[in-house]
Design a protein around this ligand. Structure first.
Ligand SMILES: [Ca+2]
Ligand SMILES: [Ca+2]
Ligand SMILES: [Ca+2]
Length: 179
């Protein structure tokens, strides 16, 4: 029953019409949960505490916010293009500062998404193919519509950054309930 529902929802989304926020969010939530997402509910308190502790380390001047300068100085990415990319993706309201909530939310979503991407990429190519996605899910008709939403450059492999973009957008939709 579920694949049929997902297929119809996928067609609606691709057509870009008739997509009310609530039914759309539950569709994306179903997809992420089928892929194995558990979100905040799947994490022990110690992990959430560890994320908060890392935030405290990044926030060198202890003003409760992480600036790009603090992030570049203290994150594993250093002063790099990657650092600015990750910082921008974490700073959801584009205020130029990352709050504790933004930081923890981003770690919950991206750590889980990376782990699941790695699990699904069974041949270790660095990308998820259609065949690998079939192995993981019960999708049949719905698979193609979902695959193309992840494979943003259309080359037939979902590399980690493509996975994180679509996953991150969906996981944060109101009503999905993962963060
Ligand atoms: Ca600070
Ligand atoms: Ca692969
Ligand atoms: Ca791709």
């Amino acid at each position: 029953m579920l694949p049929r529902i997902l297929f119809l929802a996928a067609l609606l989304a691709l057509a870009g019409c008739g997509e009310d926020e609530k039914s759309s969010a539950s569709r994306e939530g179903e997809i992420l949960r089928e892929l194995g997402a558990r979100g905040r509910a799947g994490l022990p308190q110690e992990q959430l505490d560890a994320y908060a502790a890392t935030f405290g380390f990044l926030d060198a001047d202890e003003n409760g916010l992480v600036s790009i300068e603090e992030y570049e100085a203290n994150s594993i990415f250093g002063n790099s293009f990657s650092a600015r990319g990750v910082f921008g993706a974490t700073d959801r309201d584009a205020s130029g500062q990352v709050t504790l909530d933004e930081y923890v939310e981003n770690r919950i979503i991206t750590d889980e998404a990376k782990e699941i991407h790695q699990q699904i990429d069974v041949d270790g190519s660095g990308g998820v193919s259609r065949d690998e996605l079939v192995l993981r899910t019960s999708w049949s008709d719905a698979l193609e519509g979902i695959f193309v939403e992840f494979d943003r450059d259309g080359d037939g492999e979902i590399v980690q950054i493509e996975w994180l973009i679509t996953w991150g957008n969906w996981a944060r939709l109101p009503g999905v309930g993962l963060v």
